[in-house]
Design a protein. Structure first.
Length: 215
């Protein structure tokens, strides 16, 4: 579990394409201080397991499913990546609960400067936007951000200068892709609501009403 607060920008050392998988090696500093083989590190919002450790870099294996569902396959040597170590229970939860399991890929379709803020419009499928609400949270390339507006096929986010300067969003341009993860609480709520609808379609008996406290 992560918070969506990026700890540092890493740099891709190598991306080795294998059969239906890949091996990614990233140069880093801060996230390596107490990292060990087997630990989880979020790379552009994707939870990956450290398989090899060195003083100035670490390696992870990326399976086919992850390559297919995220934009990690677009990385190249020297690409910048957002890095965050897994959440510790003693850490302040400054962002929101991020699992590192990407729901979909979005595309930056426009940007605008409003005062000190940089506002991005991100196109996404309804399977992602249906879980979003204005002023709610979303993880964009592993960055915990607050949603400004939501429509069926896009949403907008507003970045303060610090976020723009210290994450990969400062390097993104129109047409760039981003990994998206919606709020896990919203997904559970939607699941339970659907379960409720399924129950409503069943025959309602007196026993059912009594069991659930209606009579």
């Amino acid at each position: 579990m992560f918070t969506g607060l990026v700890e540092e920008l890493g740099k891709v050392k190598t991306l080795e394409s294998l059969k239906d998988s890949a091996r990614l090696t990233i140069e880093a500093d801060k996230v390596l201080i107490d990292a060990q083989v087997g630990d989880s590190i979020a790379v552009n919002g994707v939870c990956l397991t450290v398989t090899e450790m060195h003083q100035k870099y670490f390696s992870v294996d990326i399976m086919h499913e992850t390559l297919a569902k995220t934009n990690l396959h677009e990385l190249k040597n020297l690409s910048k990546v957002n890095l965050e170590r897994a959440l510790q229970l003693s850490t302040r939860l400054g962002g929101h609960m991020v699992s590192g399991h990407v729901d979909g890929i979005g595309t930056i379709s426009s940007s605008d400067n409003i005062g000190i803020a940089k506002v991005y419009k991100i196109s996404a499928l309804p399977s992602v936007t249906s879980f979003l609400i204005p002023k709610g949270s979303i993880s964009v390339d592993g960055i915990s951000l607050t949603i400004v507006d939501v429509e069926k096929d896009y949403f907008t986010i507003s970045l303060i200068p610090h976020t723009f300067a210290h994450t990969t969003l400062g390097f993104k341009t129109i047409g760039s892709t981003v990994n998206l993860e919606t709020d896990i609480i919203g997904k559970y709520v939607a699941k339970f609501m659907n379960m409720g609808k399924e129950t409503q379609s069943d025959n309602i008996s007196m026993d059912f009403l009594a069991k659930h406290g209606f009579i």
